[in-house]
Structure formats: structure tokens, C-alpha cells
Design a protein around this ligand. Structure first.
Ligand SMILES: NC(=O)c1ccc[n+]([C@@H]2O[C@H](COP(=O)([O-])OP(=O)(O)OC[C@H]3O[C@@H](n4cnc5c(N)ncnc54)[C@H](O)[C@@H]3O)[C@@H](O)[C@H]2O)c1
Ligand SMILES: [Zn+2]
Ligand SMILES: [Zn+2]
Length: 394
């Protein structure tokens, strides 16, 4: 046996992922290889990933993003390997995380993993972090863990690229939650639920007895309806152009529903329900015309919260005279103004306790291969959330 060498063990993981190929070039489901986790990183076996309209914005070229990149930013999975230094990292920002994830934990992945050190993080506004891990979609050579078999680096969208069977992510992005929560529901906490519920409860800070209009009833808007109800809103008027969405919103607990048509008619229909205007309007589509509608349906002193995101560069008009005279308040809501490490476990607890019907958001469970029709349905506004389920039980 002298001179014979054991073949080098390949410690990479085989991965199947939906890879964005660039604006106009679409995506492809590819077989890739994943390096082991580096210091302060964990490997996650993904169980479920939601399909959010933000993925569609990227695919349709509304937002400029690098390619190739593993898509998806709304996922949950099981931690299966830890990088070095986990749990003992010196200088780890105190108070940022209740605990590092451990092997076997059910984790929800956060699309912003706050650095803990910048001015926003110090203010407790990690969702506005200036230097989150995963920024730039991790195409920096030292940070790339995913590669094509020919060695081409593949980024991970927002550092988590959840439309993949496995991912290596920063430990700060993997938040342990109650394992009693079904993985598909846990996935939705990663974006839609935290964004929508937080927009209502944190950004807008709706108070008991207030009246609320939610415009756009996708995963985000329906979550905003849930958030408004959780906050104790007396009336929640749900608005969408798809009748089935209105039904769903009513099932979740919206008190009223308006089928959107021409903006002036929609405005009149809302104001017939809430003469004088609503205390709050939340826009969860990402259109200038519905942002303007939101401004038109709040009472004097009312609050408009914009959650939906337009293609980059789009501006909406404000009737400045009326805006000032009526003392309207206008807020932007990023990630529901939530610090994921604090809010994911809290929302998971509410869902497990039956106080947040996250399961109602799930329209359909699909495989990676059915992603294209899922995006088409999202373009048409059909259905609430489609969730990719990995490794379905046989
Ligand atoms: N602020 C954040 O942090 C954040 C986070 C996640 C998603 N988003 C954004 O929120 C928006 C919503 O995301 P989603 O995944 O729920 O999208 P979605 O496509 O599932 O939902 C949009 C809904 O709006 C309805 N709609 C479309 N045009 C309409 C119109 N003119 N009038 C009335 N209803 C109309 C559709 O029928 C659909 O029900 C997107 O722009 C997304 O990028 C923002
Ligand atoms: Zn999203
Ligand atoms: Zn920061």
C-alpha cells in the first residue's frame, strides 16, 4: 500500500436550486455544489420556500440584481452543520440574538442579517442595517459557497437564496423558532408575514378600535390584514382587483371588502364604507396609482404606510396642499420594521397558539419544477402564497 493515498473526501453538498440568469434571461433549475459552512456560518437543509412578488420583481428586471444567483428569500429549514467558532464568536453583538442556531433546529431565514454595529443597528433598527451580511447577494469571491460543477460562483439572493435544497448562510440569518410550527408556515415568516404583520403593528402601530384599509391582498397584504386584526382594529377594509382575494381576506377576518376597479370608483367605494376616511391605509402592491389611492382614503391626521415596492425609480404624486392641510402622515415600511431575531420567534409563537392563521396564506405546495407557473400566477394576482416544498414525504 506504500505510496497509495486515500482519495480526498469531497465535503461539498449536492444542491438543486432555481438560479436567476439575469434580467430577461429568466431562471433555470440547476444542480450545484455547496461548500461547507465557513466561520460563523451554518448549513441549512431547506424544507420550504415561499414565492414572493419580490422574487418576481427581480425576474422581471424591475430591480437590478447580479446573476447568476440562487433565488428566493422566504424560507425555513433544519440546521445540519455549523461552521467554526459558532457560539463562541468574540465580539458578537450582545442582544442581537437570543442564541446561536444548533444542529437540528428549525430555523427561519432572514433576508437582512443585521451587522449589529452600524448606526441603524445601534438604534435598534436592524431592518435598516447599512452593512447586512448577504448584501450584494454574496458574490464577493470569499463569501460564495455555491458553485456550478464547472466552478462558476453562484450568489445567494439576499445571502439566503432559499429556492435551493440546501444553503450556507450567516448564523445571524438563521433564527430558531418553535419546531411545532409546520415548515411551510415557518417559511412565510421569513418575508410575507413579518413584513405584513409588522407594517400594521410596528410601522403603522395600529391601535385598538382604529379603522384600516389594506390595498392589495397577496401574501404581504393578507398578513397586514392579520396584523391589523391582531392590533385590535375595529374595521379592516380589504381591497383587491381579484374577487377570490376578497373572500380570503374575509375568511381571515377582514370586516369589509372592496373590489378594485378604476381608482376614483375604488376611492368612492372605500369612503362609502368609512365616511371621512380611515385612520390607516396600507398599500401592499407596489404601484404609484394605489399609493396615491392610499393617500386619498385616510382621514385628516390619518397614516399611510407604503409596503409594496415599485420597480426602481417610480415616483408617486402627492397633492401637497391637501396633504399638508389634512396633516397626513406617510411612512415607508421595510421588513415590517422588525428585527428578525426578535420577531420571528414571537410570530411563530402566535401561529402555534392559533392567533395568527399563517396556514391560510398557503395557496398551493409545489416542487421546484413548478416554479414557472407559480410566477405566472403571481403576475396575474391569482392565489395567495405558493410554497416550494423540498423533500416531500413519499
Ligand atoms: N416592504 C417590504 O419590506 C416588502 C417585503 C416583501 C414584499 N414587498 C413588496 O410587497 C408587494 C406585495 O408582495 P406580495 O408577494 O404580497 O405580492 P402579490 O403579487 O402576491 O400581491 C399583490 C396583490 O395586489 C393585487 N393587485 C394588483 N394590482 C392591483 C390593483 N391595481 N388594484 C388592486 N389590487 C391589485 C393582486 O391581485 C394581488 O392580490 C410587492 O411589491 C413586494 O415586492 C415589500
Ligand atoms: Zn419577499
Ligand atoms: Zn447594521
Amino acid at each position: 500500500m506504500s505510496g497509495a493515498r486515500a482519495p480526498e473526501r469531497d465535503d461539498r453538498t449536492k444542491v438543486r436550486a432555481a438560479v436567476f440568469l439575469g434580467a430577461g434571461a429568466g431562471f433555470r433549475v440547476e444542480d450545484l455544489l455547496l461548500d461547507p459552512p465557513g466561520p460563523g456560518e451554518v448549513r441549512v437543509r431547506m424544507l420550504a420556500s415561499g414565492v414572493c412578488h419580490s422574487d418576481l420583481h427581480v425576474l422581471d428586471g424591475d430591480w437590478e440584481r447580479p446573476a447568476p444567483v440562487a433565488m428566493g428569500h422566504e424560507g425555513a429549514g433544519i440546521v445540519e452543520a455549523l461552521g467554526s467558532g459558532m457560539g463562541t464568536r468574540p465580539g458578537h453583538p450582545a442582544g442581537m440574538r437570543p442564541g446561536d442556531p444548533a444542529v437540528g433546529d428549525l430555523v427561519v431565514l432572514a433576508w437582512t442579517a443585521p451587522c449589529g454595529a452600524c448606526a441603524a443597528c445601534v438604534r435598534g433598527e436592524g431592518f435598516l442595517c447599512a452593512d447586512p451580511r448577504g448584501a450584494g447577494h454574496r458574490l464577493a469571491p470569499a463569501d460564495v459557497r455555491l458553485r456550478r460543477p464547472d466552478g462558476t460562483p453562484v450568489g445567494a439572493y439576499s445571502g439566503i437564496g432559499t429556492m435551493a435544497t440546501h444553503q450556507v448562510v450567516a448564523a445571524e440569518a438563521a433564527i430558531p423558532v418553535d419546531p411545532a410550527l409546520p415548515a411551510e408556515e415557518a417559511a412565510l415568516l421569513g418575508c410575507a408575514v413579518t413584513t405584513g404583520v409588522g407594517a400594521a403593528t410596528r410601522t403603522a402601530a395600529i391601535r385598538p378600535g382604529e379603522t384600516v384599509v389594506v390595498i392589495g391582498l397577496g401574501g404581504v397584504g393578507l398578513s397586514a390584514v392579520m396584523g391589523a386584526l391582531l392590533a385590535g382594529a375595529a374595521r379592516v377594509v380589504a381591497v383587491d382587483r381579484v374577487p377570490a382575494k376578497l373572500e380570503l381576506a374575509r375568511e381571515i377576518g377582514a370586516t369589509d371588502a372592496v373590489l378594485a376597479g378604476e381608482p376614483m370608483q375604488t376611492r368612492a367605494a372605500i369612503l362609502r364604507l368609512l365616511p371621512g376616511g380611515a385612520d390607516h391605509a396600507l398599500e401592499a402592491i407596489g404601484l404609484a396609482v394605489t399609493a396615491e389611492l392610499a393617500l386619498d382614503v385616510v382621514r385628516p391626521g390619518g397614516t399611510v404606510t407604503l409596503v409594496g415596492m415599485t420597480p426602481e425609480g417610480v415616483r408617486a404624486g402627492v397633492d401637497v396642499y391637501a396633504f399638508v392641510e389634512r396633516g397626513t402622515r406617510l411612512l415607508g415600511s421595510n421588513y415590517g420594521s422588525a428585527v428578525p431575531a426578535e420577531v420571528f420567534p414571537e410570530l411563530a409563537g402566535l401561529a402555534v397558539a392559533g392567533r395568527l392563521p399563517v396556514g391560510r396564506l398557503i395557496e398551493e405546495r409545489i416542487g421546484l419544477d413548478a416554479l414557472e407557473p407559480a410566477f405566472d400566477a403571481l403576475r396575474r394576482g391569482e392565489g395567495a402564497r405558493r410554497v416550494i416544498v423540498f423533500d416531500p414525504p413519499t
